[in-house]
Write a new protein. Structure first.
Length: 73
């Protein structure tokens, strides 16, 4: 599976677990809602800076963000 898709799925999983909408996450991370949607759909090559912004907005560390079975393959 493409890494962009894996990252997008992880963001969506964490966002839904936090019961946040894309709009809520975009506001908390200071990123555009359409950008969040395209990342979740695996259509964007997201930078590590933006991954950190999203992780912070979701209340997880980068270690926890990548601590998922999909990233250990």
């Amino acid at each position: 599976m493409d890494v962009k898709v894996k990252i997008g799925q992880r963001i969506k999983e964490l966002r839904e677990n936090a019961t946040l909408s894309q709009k809520d996450l975009s506001y908390s991370s200071d990123l555009d809602r359409s950008y969040i949607a395209s990342v979740e759909n695996g259509q964007r090559n997201i930078s590590i800076v933006n991954i950190e912004k999203i992780a912070n907005a979701l209340g997880v560390t980068l270690k926890d963000f990548f601590n998922d079975g999909e990233f250990s393959k």
